[in-house]
Write a protein that binds this ligand. Structure first.
Ligand SMILES: Cc1cc2nc3c(=O)[nH]c(=O)nc-3n(C[C@H](O)[C@H](O)[C@H](O)COP(=O)(O)OP(=O)(O)OC[C@H]3O[C@@H](n4cnc5c(N)ncnc54)[C@H](O)[C@@H]3O)c2cc1C
Length: 517
């Protein structure tokens, strides 16, 4: 068993003004962290440059009030809509990135998600790679992040070369009862794949503070615990924390990045490397490329195609609370149920509607900021009776949904959600299902631009440099030693959670060997 502090020898806290490495990875989340893990024994000297710090381990990690009412861990800068309205996005700067707060639900994309799919608002485009290309890397991801699920339980799951490495964690009685009532309606509820260290000698205590909380006992398979710390323990990977990269500098030809310029507590740091990887998350990677405009790249680095920042997608999402006033929902770990019966077009629906999955158990403080006028005891009382679900539909890539830079380099995000008709139909279907399952009261809230947790698409991959930013191997078309390894290269968003696909792309990039050749 590694000690809690084993990785600290590889953490740089007082950097020299200039650092030199073989590979510099900017961002330590699902993309960057997983890539560093995969390259840890490649022979390359690797530096991760991370804007945030290690998330402090403290009792507040598990406090709904501290996390959701006081926003103790929200540390992103404000982003702005084109009309100037600022908002605080669901984006986190810590070692491990947004995965420190994620729900650890780990679906693979469906096989057909990589092809063209017709939706109510248009066609979701095909990727330049197939499910078969990613399959072995999904399997490796599931081993690294300890994914628990039952083979064949989700009828829409794609084929797989290996079983899940760990068994499904099981429903608690309230969710088992709901699943049975849903099944009785002819639907096919299944056990969600979860990345938690549950089981014999596992650290997971199956608490109510997993989804949308950091894990106090490091039992959630997040990128910090599962990838970055093991990478640091190898001795070949170092991390510079509290260092926000401001821009990337190229040689005069513009074909090679020569340095990343970071702002650190101790001053400016210049990071030189043979290869650079941008893994700052879809919005911040695009912003960094745009901020790195130069004579050689006047529209932003790697942006000859004018695609950087465009095609922003984030799923169309709803929080859905179904209540039975006569009975309490005493579930602790609620995020175990999924429903994919309307994921694709079929006899029941002319176009795909999306995915339904359990949320971590909602409690009063978690909705207080959204319902400021309702007293907390009332919210507590109501949420004691609800089963809480997350409904998500595919968002389509539109050129006008984009990241640009505003005054002082701030992030401006333009977004018009797509497929709303399909999404609202999904909500109506679920209302019907919930009522027949014995939950007569349904409360639901469609989420807006602040809900950026499933952001993707801002540096799409493709074979044509005129219409894409990176190759299918994730190397920038316009820059020979720059890769983009996070959710930016997604061509479509599908309608399931993105992190496994981010990680599988990172593992595929490492396995291809281009970065270490
Ligand atoms: C509350 C919540 C719940 C979620 N639940 C799920 C789920 O159940 N399943 C799932 O699949 N996905 C889930 N997600 C989404 C998932 O976390 C993301 O898809 C995933 O983390 C994206 O990986 P990434 O590498 O693109 O970005 P991130 O993981 O966000 O990593 C980006 C990193 O780059 C760093 N960075 C940014 N800018 C700079 C800079 N200029 N210089 C240096 N460093 C920088 C950031 O600090 C961050 O560490 C959830 C997200 C949230 C917020």
């Amino acid at each position: 068993m590694p000690e809690l502090t084993d990785h600290l020898a590889s953490v740089i806290t007082d950097p020299e003004p200039t650092l030199r490495y073989d590979i510099a990875i900017i961002g330590s989340g699902m993309g960057g962290g997983t890539l560093a893990y995969a390259l840890r024994d490649s022979g390359a000297r690797i530096l991760i440059v991370e804007q945030g710090d290690f998330l402090p381990r403290e009792p507040q990690n598990w406090s709904p009030r501290a996390v959701h009412m006081e926003n103790r861990y929200k540390n992103s800068a404000h982003w702005y809509e084109p009309n100037g309205r600022g908002f605080l996005p669901g984006n986190y700067h810590y070692v491990g990135g947004s995965t420190k707060f994620y729900g650890a639900t780990m679906p693979r994309f469906r096989e057909h998600d990589f092809g063209e799919v017709e939706h109510v608002d248009g066609v979701s485009p095909a990727w330049p790679l197939t499910y078969r290309d990613l399959e072995p890397h999904y399997a490796e991801f599931e081993r690294i992040y300890r994914v628990h699920a039952t083979l064949g339980d989700d009828p829409t799951d794609p084929w797989r070369s290996t079983d899940f490495p760990h068994p499904f964690i099981g429903h608690e009685p309230a969710i088992e009862g709901f699943a049975a009532a849903v099944r009785a309606q002819g639907l096919h509820p299944f056990g969600l794949p979860q990345a938690v260290d549950l089981g014999e000698n596992g650290a997971c205590v199956r608490c109510a503070t997993c989804d949308a909380f950091p894990c106090l006992v490091d039992a959630k398979g997040d990128a910090d615990v599962s990838a970055v710390r093991p990478a640091l323990r190898s001795g070949n990977v170092s991390i510079l924390t509290n260092a926000a990269v401001q821009r990337l500098e190229t040689d005069p030809s513009g074909r090679r990045v020569v340095a990343a310029h970071a702002r650190h507590r101790t001053g400016a740091v210049r990071i030189e490397a043979g290869r650079f990887v941008c893994s700052a998350g879809a919005v911040n990677s695009a912003a960094l490329l745009l901020r790195s405009a130069s004579d050689a790249h006047p529209n932003g680095l790697a942006n000859a195609s004018d695609q950087v920042g465009r095609n922003y997608m984030a799923h169309v999402t709803t929080f859905f609370l179904a209540a039975d006033p006569r009975r309490r929902n005493d579930v602790v770990f609620q995020k175990t149920i999924g429903i994919n019966d309307w994921y694709s077009a079929g006899p029941d629906t002319p176009y795909p509607l999306g995915n339904v999955q359990g949320l971590g158990k909602i409690r009063g403080p978690m909705v207080k900021n959204a319902r400021k006028r309702i007293p907390l005891p009332v919210l507590d009382a109501v949420t004691r009776h609800t089963i809480d679900l997350f409904l998500q539909s595919e968002d389509l890539p539109l050129l006008q949904n984009r990241v640009t830079l505003g005054a002082g380099g701030r992030v401006v995000l333009a977004r018009k959600a797509t497929n709303l008709r399909a999404h609202r139909r999904l909500v109506e279907r679920m209302k019907h299902v919930a009522r027949r399952a014995g939950y007569p009261v349904v409360l639901h809230q469609e989420l807006g631009i602040e809900a950026s947790s499933h952001q993707c698409g801002t540096a799409r991959m493709g074979t044509d440099p005129a219409t894409s930013v990176v190759t299918p191997g994730l190397r920038a078309h316009d820059v020979d030693n720059l890769w983009i390894v996070d959710s930016s290269p997604f061509v479509s968003s599908a309608a399931v959670n993105p992190a496994p696909t981010v990680a599988a792309l990172a593992l595929r990039t490492a396995a291809a060997g281009e970065l270490t050749a």
